[in-house]
Structures are given as structure tokens and as C-alpha cells.
Design a protein around this ligand. Sequence first.
Ligand code: ADP
Ligand code: MG
Length: 629
Amino acid sequence: MSKKQFQAESKRLLDLMINSIYTHKEIFLRELISNASDAIDKYNYLSLNEQNPVNRDDLKISISVDKDNRAMTITDTGIGMNEAELEENLGTIAHSGSLAFKEKMDKKDDDTDIIGQFGVGFYSAFMVAKEVVVESKRYNEDKAYRWHSNVQDGYEITECEKASNGTSITLFLKDDSEEENYSKFLEQYEIEHLIKKYSDYIRYPITMMVSREEGEGEEKHLVVEEKTLNSMVPLWKRKKSEISEEEYNEFYKTKFNDYADPMKVIHTHVEGAVEFDALMYIPSHTPFNYYSSDYEKGLQLYSRGVFIMDKASDLIPEHFRFVKGLVDSQDLSLNISREMLQHDRQLKVIANRIEKKIQTELANMLKNDREKYEEFWKNFGLQLKYGVYNDYGAHKELLQDLLLFTSSHEMKLTTLDEYVSRMKEGQDVIYYASGDTLEKIDKLPSAELVKDKGYEILYLTDNVDEFALQVMMNYKEKAFKNITQGDLNLETEEEKKAVEEKKEANKDLLETLKEALGDKVSDVILSTRLKSHPVCLSTDEGMSFEMERVLSQMPNGNPYGLKATRILEINPNHAIFNALQTLFDKDKEAVKKYADLLYNQAMLIEGFEVEDPIAFSNAICDLMVEASK
Ligand code: ADP
Ligand code: MG
């Protein structure tokens, strides 16, 4: 068979590995062991389902070295790869580890600090080897194949001899240089050390032939024997108090392909109706593909330490889909399929407990480590808000106390509970306002008086925010109130009366303005929500402006053309109102021109586009010319 070239992206990644000046090249061993362990998992699971259980003793990974040839071989008794799989898995970078790494690299030029912690996968072998040979035989297939590459010349796949299923990977180490000593990877001591450091929890024995001296004096002789280098106790089966933070973090990074430590570890053992161990993590950053459809939620599922499946999605509710981790339970059948899982009663119980556990942990973080929680919120807060909104609010009880919103109170993030605890005597609603940015909302004309009266306002900047509040309807019996919608009831009885009177006295003026605007507005009124600003736009209790905007941004638009009603409000205490009154007495027609100007200004303030910007600008110029006369 002729040589093939690596696919372009693979070549890039390989070059990066070969030329890497990264100092912890030792992680190649962790990667290859982790692949071997995955392969044994798959084999073990497959044979369980075929009612043809394997002998546990046959499941192992062994390491051997050949100092003369500067070679190290890692052999597993896993599922193996056939010709097509060798081609697919080792010639392209379609698989998880390296793909995620590549995405990261595309955004960053400096490789040195992220290679080490990242699950770069199989290609990391080329950090230490100049040549790699993979011999593999797929379970239940007859032929075995050899994949061979020195990178420069591409790779080739040929048939070979191999007795049983599994894979053996031989690395021919690079020559030592001043900067780098590769020979150390041939030393028994170094290998033992690396396995302990990175792969102790691997659930299959990792063995090596080791030699030690035995006997005294004359009797002294070398004994060579097979030694298991790892303790094999899965991390999640060990006592919490005996696991270091570093162990938790290392495990997370290799297992879940992240380059950064997690922000939170949740390790729990549950007994009762069902018994299980769960080891879960909250990432410290939003995964690059988190908001795309190729992000898959779920926890790895084990039964009595035997791997069953990756990403069992029923274990994690949508609103906590950022959680990564695994569950190991005695109470699940080994022969369970993905389809059966959905209906498994035990699994439902486990999923409920897990949901509750995550909620409690987040609530504790919020209570005890606010700074960390806000960091979490930055990464995944949006998800929680969608969680409140989704399924018609079915999860609002669970999630509402985990929500944060920026508020006018010190412009900081606040919980709803904190908001309510600061509410003024007699305040019976939770005020909120929406907009693109906090600054814009803070400057809204309708926000001024509310703040002035000492009420706090929640500032909503995400599309989902208002929808989430709508679904919640109220919090601790306090309804949510949009400051640009309906009556705010901010004035005293006296003030109310005064406005009523003014309204009556200026009926004709308001009527004329309304007529001039036609169907652009449903009404023109004297405002009770404005302090220093001349005009604003408000809407009735139905749909808000924000909702109209969000609807029109949806992929299929706003099919029913739903719009918020527009009410033009004029500040009766502003000089502009006097000007309108004076003008109205003099020239009713001129007032009509002003109506448009006021309306357009109000539209701009609310963040809408002006329908005819040219006409608007011309009208302002006319006014300026007029003023100079
Ligand atoms: P990842 O492990 O994240 O999928 P790797 O680069 O480490 O990425 O491995 C690529 C793929 O090659 C694996 O997904 C697996 O299908 C295959 N593979 C690697 N090593 C082995 C092995 N020892 N036995 C069987 N398959 C393997
Ligand atoms: Mg891997």
C-alpha cells in the first residue's frame, strides 16, 4: 500500500506537536493510556452485550521498553481498530480531543501554555517520538493492520500479524538534545512515576516487567516480574477527604478534554432508593461549542465500575447542561441501551437527585462565595434564564433563586431575594427595564422618576430576560413591572388630580397631536412617569417593546406582525409642553409637524429606528432655519 498524506488540519496539529517547545511532553503517556483504557471499555461493554463476558484478567494495558532501539510499546487488549478505523482515527482530526484543541489553537497563537493540560490525544505521541507504529486488530475481525508514520512522509497502512484483539503502539523516541532528554522515558522509574501521577485511577491494570534485587550477599540476584503500576481504584470510588484538588482537576482535564481546571467539583455518594456515586464538574469557561448544536450534554454512565455509555443525556436536565461528569450505580442493568434509558425508573430517580444536588451546590456557592458565583454566572447564567423560561416555567421554583440581574442599586448583580429585601415600604412590584446595554437602560427617560422615588430597577439586557420574568409572573408574591408599560402609580393623589386637570384643559391639543400621528400611536397622553425628559414612548400591559424586538429578530421573523402598542407621552412639566400650548393657540397646523418630531425622538430613545430618517432630519433643519429668522 502506498503512502498517504495527512489531511491538512492534521498536518498542522502534528507540526505543532513535533516542534512544540512545551516542557511537559510527558503527557503523551497519559493520552495513550487514556485511549487504551477507552478501547478496553468499549470491548468490555460490547462483549457484555453479546452475552459473552470476557475474563477480567484479560483486560489490561502493558508497557514495555526496548532500550537498544529507543522504543517504548503500549499494548492494550481493547476493541482494536480495523483498516478503515486506523485511517479515520489516526489520519484525520475528527475526534473530540484534538478537535477541541484545534478550535482553541485557532483563537490563540501561543501553544506552550495550553498543550500540556489539554487532551490533545494520539498526536501528542509525536512530541517525543520521531516514528510511531500502531498495530491493531479489531474485535471479531480476522485481519490485523499496521499503521506507520514518521510524519514527513505521511503514513501507510499495511496488513500484519496479530493474535488477539487490541492495539499496540510503539514509539521510537527522538534523539536527546541539549534542551530535552527523551531517554528518560525508557527508564522504569520514570514510567512508574508518570503512571502514578497521571493514570493511577485507570480501572484496568497497567503493567510492566520490572526488575528488582533479591537476597543478600552471595544469594543476591535480579528478579524480573510483572508489576501493576496503578492502584485502579476509580477516583470517584475513593473517599473525598483523600483526594487532592490536583487529582480532581487532572482527572477532569484528561477525561473531559478541557485545557483549564474546572471551577467546581461536585462529588457525591447517594444511598437509599438507589445507590450511586457521581463526580461532576462545572467548567471554568464556556466551551467553545456550547451554544451550537454539536455540544452534547450528558454524564458518562457506569454500572459497578463498568463503562456503559458516554453522554447519557437523560441524566442532566437542559438547564444544567454545562455540567460534565459521570455517574456510577449498582442499580442499573449492564445491558441497558440508550433507548431503554429514557424509560428506566432507576435512572429517573438518579437524574432527580443529581438535579437537586447541582441546584444545592450552586445555591451554596451563591451564598458562600459570591465572587465565584458571579464568575459562573458570566459563563452559564444565560442557560439558567432559559431554564426558567423553558417548559412553560416548569423549573422556575428550582431556578429562580439562582438568577442574577444587574440592578440600578449600585449597578451590581443582584438576586431577586436581595431586591425584595431592599424594597421600600409600600412598594408592591419589582421594576424592570430592557435595552441593549446597561448604560442605555440607565438613561431611559422613564427610569429617571422611578429611581428618583427611591425604587430599584432590574436592568435586562439578554433577549430571554423579559420572557423569563413573564413566565415567572411574580417572585415572593411581588409582580414584575416593566417601567415602560402601563400605569406606574408613582404619583400622589394630589399630583394625579393635577395631571387630570391639565389633561382636561389640553384635550384639543392632545387630540390634534394624536390625529397627526394617525395609526403610528394608539394615544398621546400627558405623562406621569417623566421627570426632566420631554417625551417617551410607553405601551400598555400587553406586549412590551423588548418582546416586539426579540420576536422580529427570530429566524422566521414575526409571522403575525405582532406589535407593542405605542403611546406617546409628553411631560406636562417640561418647557416643550408650554411651547406646544403656545403654538397650538397660534397655529394648529404647525403643531402637527411637531407631533412627528416628538414621536421620532421617542422612537430613537426606545431604541427603534426612525421610519424616515431623511424626513426627520429635514424637519429638524427647518426648525433651525425658522429659529434663526
Ligand atoms: P480522543 O481520544 O479524544 O477521541 P485521540 O486522538 O486520543 O482522540 O484518539 C483518536 C481516536 O483513535 C480515538 O477516538 C479512538 O477511536 C482511536 N484510538 C486511539 N487509540 C486507540 C486504541 N489504543 N485502541 C482503539 N482505538 C484507539
Ligand atoms: Mg484520547
